[in-house]
Write a new protein. Structure first.
Ligand code: HEC
Length: 149
């Protein structure tokens, strides 16, 4: 939860900055074979709407994150990383991804808000489907090995 008006303002400003960056970036298209993945086309469709509404402001319309995501800001916080398969998200099992979405990043010293009480577990799963759909098949295959451990 946001603790002060100041924090709210900072949060709003970072969203505004990201929106400007997004407006300048190009959209990309992907063609993955959903039938080979854990989610259904219905979950993917629901997830895309959820991602657009709840995640895209920080993580980008296509999960591309912020270009300087590896550089902390003046407060020591990192910007939203890509979740499109180009960063670290695929190193985490589905359970860990869901925990991050549900509880947010504060426990990791970050500032991603938790979605507990805002999105149901099924909605959170659909959001994962939405960004996993940007992962190329080879990344998805490597993630499957991690997820099955
Ligand atoms: C206010 C900005 C913001 C919003 C909104 C947001 N995130 Fe994040 N997210 C972050 C940041 C920043 C991090 C890096 C960890 C941290 O600082 O908490 C992160 C980390 C993550 C990670 C871990 C990535 C990795 O490489 O380990 C996942 C997965 C993720 N977010 C998914 C989502 C999903 C799905 C949503 C929407 C339901 C969402 N995020 C909404 C900012 C945001």
């Amino acid at each position: 939860m946001l603790k002060s008006k100041n924090a709210l303002t900072r949060w709003a400003l970072s969203i505004a900055t990201v929106s400007v960056l997004l407006a300048c970036s190009e959209t990309q298209s992907t063609a993955t074979d959903v039938s080979a993945r854990w989610y259904t086309p219905q979950q993917l469709a629901q997830g895309r709407a959820i991602f657009a509404e709840n995640c895209a402001a920080c993580h980008g319309a296509n999960g591309e994150g912020v270009s300087n995501w590896q550089t902390p800001d003046s407060n020591g916080f990192y910007p939203a990383p890509p979740v499109n398969g180009t960063a670290h998200a695929w190193h985490h099992s589905l359970a860990v991804l869901l925990r991050t979405i549900n509880q947010g990043g504060e426990q990791l010293g970050g500032r991603m808000p938790g979605f507990q009480g805002r999105l149901t577990e099924l909605e959170q799963r659909s959001a994962v489907a939405a960004f996993q759909d940007y992962w190329p098949d080879d990344i998805y295959a490597q993630w499957l090995v991690i997820d099955n451990r």
